[in-house]
Design a protein around this ligand. Structure first.
Ligand code: NAP
Length: 294
């Protein structure tokens, strides 16, 4: 293709994306959370009309009677199930909300799932069987788990992190801003990503110890990493105030996921966005600069 024709085509596609976005209202669940907050911002920047859905706006995953008012009149929805996409409650609720959404004419649904999490497969199945125009974004472990959420206090107030990932286990930590950009690109690309699973990771494999060393380097603090067996981590979680039942679920989940199965890169970010994923070093530097870890 000649350079001129290519440029014209790119221009037409950008116009199409803008037109699609201008007419689209997207419901963003978890809009006050790590991914939902970024999806809402990225969708707004792309020209979509964003309808935030969390308990603050009267939407409750645990109360079906609140779903229709959040969905009615929208075109699309981003589904991020708290606390984990692999919980039995997630499988039930995602299937049910997806069917309800389709019934209300909200056909375009993007689900946040987790890479390598076999427990999430029933949740993904519920979405696929709903009749929706679905896309599943399977994310690696978030870089922002270290900067937002329960681990941040331990890093800020203690001398490091205790976690049940063995020294040799490596993970391609993904920046949640990349997840959001992929979600919005999937929503604004017509039917290009309908019926697809997109695996998104960062550009590099790091052990948990290396991730903490990056944060230590960025903050100038002598943070350390200590790996503990999953069972021992249960006591650690409950000491931090996690209810025992949730700790049971998390420990089982970590035992399943932290066996090295996810120690490989995926190219979803590059394929969808045409650029490299954000690197952990940049994430650590930015979060340290914002005073995240004191
Ligand atoms: N962490 C990881 O590394 C990772 C990796 C892959 C996939 N995931 C998946 O990511 C998902 C979580 O997404 P996230 O980390 O972006 O969320 P998050 O930061 O944990 O925030 C949870 C969001 O859900 C809302 N919420 C909580 N309970 C609710 C309820 N009963 N009804 C309605 N909204 C509720 C919260 O808002 P309000 O409190 O205001 O209601 C908040 O906006 C999970 O499904 C998890 O499996 C996580």
């Amino acid at each position: 293709m000649g350079r001129c024709a290519g440029r014209q085509l790119t221009g037409r596609m950008t116009q199409m994306t803008q037109d699609t976005a201008r007419n689209m209202t997207v419901v963003v669940t978890g809009a006050t959370g790590r991914t939902g907050g970024r999806v809402a911002r990225a969708a707004g920047a792309a020209g979509l009309t964003v309808r935030a859905a969390s308990r603050a706006t009267g939407f409750d995953w645990g109360d079906r009677s609140t779903w229709a008012q959040a969905l009615r009149g929208a075109d699309a929805a981003y589904l991020a199930y708290p606390t984990d996409v692999g919980s039995p409650e997630a499988a039930r609720a995602v299937g049910e909300i997806a069917r309800e959404a389709v019934g209300l004419g909200v056909r375009r649904l993007v689900l946040l799932s987790a890479r390598g999490e076999e427990r999430a497969l029933p949740t993904e199945k519920g979405l696929r069987e709903s009749g929706a125009q679905w896309t599943i974004v399977r994310a690696a472990w978030f870089a922002q788990n270290f900067s937002e959420g329960p681990l941040v206090e331990e890093l800020r107030l203690g001398g490091g992190l205790v976690f049940p990932a063995a020294e040799g286990v490596r993970e391609p930590f993904v920046d949640v801003r990349d997840i959001a950009d992929v979600v919005v690109a999937a929503l604004t690309s017509g039917d290009r990503y309908v019926g697809q699973e997109i695996d998104v990771t960062g550009p590099r494999l790091l052990t948990w110890g290396e991730a903490i060393a990056e944060i230590a380097g960025a903050t100038g603090r002598g943070l350390t990493y200590r790996s503990v067996p999953a069972r021992e981590y249960h006591a650690h979680l409950t000491a931090f105030g996690v209810p025992p039942q949730e700790a049971d679920f998390l420990v089982e989940l970590f035992e399943e996921l932290l066996d090295g199965r996810n120690a490989h890169l995926s190219d979803g970010v590059r394929e969808v966005l045409g650029r490299e994923p954000r690197d952990f070093t940049d994430f650590a530097r930015e979060a340290a600069g914002a005073g995240t870890w004191g």
